[in-house]
Ligand binder design. Structure first.
Ligand code: SAH
Ligand code: SF4
Length: 360
């Protein structure tokens, strides 16, 4: 029994477990609220549960709050967190735009779904490290809970409003855990984050894209496209060798048909792919598809050899797409002064001899 992870349990599961050990049903609801809504980090903080019940409960669950080992704050309000998991692995997540006046209370967290990643994209710090393990449901949800707990110490009303699965790892290769985490984050008696305010970003796991549309049609989808020709994309995003562009675009069409939502296509521009002929290839690939293009200048990661394009190159690239009627957003980067590209903080940390900054 003791290997049940408290933060990964649905309300129904808690009810079943509580009833199985002779506790009243409402105890399960209280427990769920302490964990998922109030984001407490210890059994002792669950004040209305009573000592005897707490003792019984704590012997039936594992409760692993994440250990904050480093927090960095950017000048633009972005905060980056490095957490240590109970087995010593570390993951990163980012709270974007935490500046009330600037953003009118839109608080987005970028979550990790795996330790490392098996896909190995050419520009990505996480990909360089290879795959270590999947995150559990409790560890995915825990990133939101522990950031919330940390920020609430200075701002008691703080509430996360949006989630993007754009941290470390490929969410659709940890599908069941990610989907259950989404249900928990959406729960009425938890963080109540709207389904339509959560977005999964993927390198293109085609069968899972279609499954996602059927299982949870309200969640947003972002495709890490980065190249519009198979020979270029094979190099940048190796997932393309398994699911080439034709099958990926077909899956996107199916997703759009089922969900009636647009897809976001992410394009990280380097000095290489920001060329005019690449832009034309994007036009050929995307014309007629219901989507937006998000242009992001690549964040150069040591060891990848990728270089940032000039702002002139980015403007020209965007112009070619716009002239063809494609909606383009040039996403400003956030937190570049704090290594906020996915996997960079972890790499820095692992290469230094660091001490934790203490519990949150
Ligand atoms: N594995 C998923 C989600 C995590 S990566 C995916 O690949 O979609 C989130 C986004 O950051 C992806 O679009 C990814 O391609 C992009 N990214 C990774 N490293 C980057 C870098 N160094 N510069 C700019 N974007 C990067
Ligand atoms: Fe994995 Fe995404 Fe990084 Fe590619 S960009 S290696 S899929 S985390």
């Amino acid at each position: 029994m003791e290997d049940i992870e408290l933060r990964g349990c649905s309300l129904d599961e808690l009810i079943e477990i509580c009833q199985g050990i002779g506790l009243k049903r409402y105890r399960a609801t209280q427990l769920f609220q302490w964990v998922q809504q109030k984001a407490v980090r210890s059994w002792n903080d669950m004040r209305n549960l009573g000592e005897a019940d707490l003792r019984t409960l704590s012997s039936h669950f594992q409760f692993y709050p994440l250990e904050l080992v480093r927090e960095q704050r950017s000048k633009d309000g972005t905060r980056k967190y490095l957490f240590r998991l109970h087995d010593g692995e570390t993951i990163e997540c980012v709270l974007m735009d935490y500046e009330r006046t600037m953003t009118r209370d839109r608080h987005t967290i970028c979550l990790s779904t795996q330790v490392g990643c098996a896909v190995g994209c050419a520009f990505c710090a996480t990909g360089l490290e290879g795959f270590r393990r999947n995150l559990s449901v409790g560890e995915i949800v825990g990133q939101v809970l522990d950031i919330t707990h940390s920020v609430r110490r200075e701002d008691p009303d703080f509430q996360v409003t949006n989630i993007v699965f754009m941290g470390m790892g490929e969410p659709l290769l940890n599908y069941d855990q990610v989907l259950k985490a989404i249900q928990l984050l959406n729960h009425e008696q938890g963080q109540k984050i709207g389904m339509r305010r959560m977005t999964i970003s993927t390198s293109g796991v085609v069968p899972r894209i279609i499954q996602l549309a059927k299982d949870n049609p309200q969640v947003g989808l972002a495709i890490s496209l980065h190249a519009a020709q198979d020979n270029v994309r094979n190099q940048l995003v190796p997932m393309n060798r398994r699911y080439p562009l034709a099958s990926l675009m077909e899956a996107c069409e199916e997703y759009i048909r089922i969900t009636r939502r647009r897809v976001t296509f992410e394009v990280a521009l380097t000095s290489e792919n920001a060329r005019n002929e690449e832009a034309k290839a994007f036009v050929r690939l995307l014309k007629g598809h219901l989507g937006y293009v998000n242009l992001i200048p690549v964040n150069p990661v040591a060891g990848t050899g990728m270089e940032r394009p000039t702002s002139e190159q980015i403007k020209r690239f965007a112009q070619v797409l716009e002239n063809a009627g494609i909606s383009v957003f040039s996403r400003e980067e956030r937190g570049t002064d704090i290594d906020a590209a996915c996997g960079q903080l972890r790499r820095l940390w692992e290469s230094e001899d660091n001490e934790p900054i203490g519990p949150i």
